[in-house]
Design a protein around this ligand. Sequence first.
Ligand code: NAD
Length: 275
Amino acid sequence: NLQTTKELTNGVKMPMLGLGVYKMTDRDETLQAITTALDLGYRAVDTAALYYNEEEVGEAIKHSSVPREDIFVTTKVWNSDQGYDNTLRAFEISLKKLDMDYIDLYLTHWPVKEKYVETYRAIERLYEEKLIRVPGVSNHHEHHLKDILASCNIAPMVNQIEVHPYLSQESLRNYCAQEQIAVTAWSPLGRGNVLNDDTIVRIAHEYNVTPAQIILRWHLQNDVIIIPKSVTPSRIKENSELYHFELTKETMQQLNAVNRNERFGQNPDNFKFDF
Ligand code: NAD
C-alpha cells in the first residue's frame, strides 16, 4: 500500500519518483528523456544549476501535455553561488533558465563551510515570498542540519543525499525521519555500480523483476524518494514499474545487509570543488 507521493510538513505532496537529469548534456537527448518520462507518468524532474540543462528541462515541460502545476521541479544552488545575496541571485537565474514563475523545491547543493546556514536563510526567504513551494537542502549530514535547525524559522522539508544499497545511510535517515525531513536518494542505483551485486541479482530472479527494480522498490519501502537517471526509454519505463510487487520483510533485511558504507560520490565533510 505504498503512496506515490510523500506529504511534506507543509502539506505539499512530493512525487516518490522523479527523473534525475545529471550528465544529460545533449539537448535533444535531454528533451527526449524528459518527454518520455512525462509520457510514462513521471511527475518530477531533478536538475541543478550545475547540470547546465535547466533550459531544456523548462522547454520539455512547457511542450508536454502535462500541466506545469502537475510537475514537481527541483533545482539547486551551486557551491560557488552560496551565501545570502548570491543565493537569491542564483535563484533568479535558474528561474529564468527554466522559464517558470516558481520552482517546487530549491536546495542547497552541498553544505559549503561557513555559508550553508546563510544559503538556507535565502531559501527560506524564497519560500516566504512563494517563489518556491518547498525549501530544502542536499548532502547535509546531521551536524549541518542541526546548525540550520538551531537558527531557521522554517525547517528544511527535504534532504537529498547519496543512498543506495552500498550506502544505506540508516542513521541519517532515522534522524531526518525524527525531524520530519523527507529523504531523497541521489544515485539511487549507485550510478549503476550496484546492479551486479550477487544478493541483488539473486533477489531479482526470485521476484522476476530487474535488479534496478529491486533496488528502487527497496528505497520506496524505506520511505525514500527516488530520482534515477536514464536516457534510455526502456530503462526510464522499467524504473517506474515498481508497484506490481512487494518485498517481504526478510528480503528487506537481506538488502539492508548489503550496506558497506561505500560512497560513489563525495563526502560532504571534505568536498573537493574540482571534480
Ligand atoms: P543513478 O543511481 O540514478 O544511476 C544512473 C545510471 O544507472 C545511468 O547512467 C544508467 O547507466 C544506469 N541505469 C539507470 N537505470 C537503469 C536500469 N533500469 N538498468 C540498468 N542501468 C540503469 O545515478 P545518478 O545519475 O548519479 O543519480 C541520479 C540523479 O540524482 C542525478 O541524475 C541527479 O539528478 C541526482 N544527483 C544529485 C546529486 C547531489 O549532489 N544532490 C549528486 C548526484 C546525482
